[in-house]
Design a binder for this molecule. Sequence first.
Ligand SMILES: Cc1cc2nc3c(=O)[nH]c(=O)nc-3n(C[C@H](O)[C@H](O)[C@H](O)COP(=O)(O)O)c2cc1C
Length: 244
Amino acid sequence: MKILAPLRGVTIRAFRHVFAEAIVGAGFTEAVTPFVSAVAGVDPAKDRELKPDDAFPLKVTPQFIGKDPSALRSCLRRIKDIGYDTADLNAGCPFPMVRNKGRGSGLLKNPGLFERMLECGCEEMGEGRFSVKVRLGVDSPGEFFSLLPVVNRFPLRFVAVHARTARQMYSGECDLAALAKIASAIKPPLVANGDLAVDAPEGMVGRAFLRSLASRGDIKDLLSRYAEFSRAELCGDRPVVGRL
Ligand SMILES: Cc1cc2nc3c(=O)[nH]c(=O)nc-3n(C[C@H](O)[C@H](O)[C@H](O)COP(=O)(O)O)c2cc1C
């Protein structure tokens, strides 16, 4: 399993559509979408990000962020209606505004709620169809490890672990010893993430893939196509330039 990492604002549906050949060429077998909010009363099927794309050849798994199990459940029902059979929970977003409200990596600080979110996801999607993406912890790399007795009770499709704490944000070293300790005790399949090379045979890869695009001979054409595709979706030059 080699998964294109969710990068909000970057590995979005439009990007996956235009860069599909490059994504397949890099050996990815599937993609997880950047997070969509699981909030009561908001229909994820209306989100542009989750509009199915028949031209994208790989499996796509919608990712949700939230802290309300019943809102998550209704979102999962809706995405099943429009053809998805897997879903992912974001328990890794490190931004203080998100985690201090108990969403993203903030879920790791609330084991009871984390458990209910996993329970709801597994129940609604079915065995082996719900996954979760986490950090090693918020403040210390042992926090997720201490949640393994909870995680190991669920028939998760995989657990993707970005081998940094939330406090580290996106810099500093990945803690491979902490990742190895998790690998030795986790039951669901473990997907490693964080600073993997673009040619890694498996795992979840984000930024290294983006960097690799720069050296493609056809990058200018691809970017022109991306701009054109985005122009049709967005209003005005500014958001198109923002995407690029
Ligand atoms: C700009 C940006 C946006 C991101 N958006 C998400 C997201 O929506 N959901 C998520 O789970 N992780 C998100 N991440 C984290 C990545 O999926 C990944 O865990 C991280 O970049 C480490 O992997 P890498 O070194 O291969 O890029 C984001 C990271 C970046 C840099």
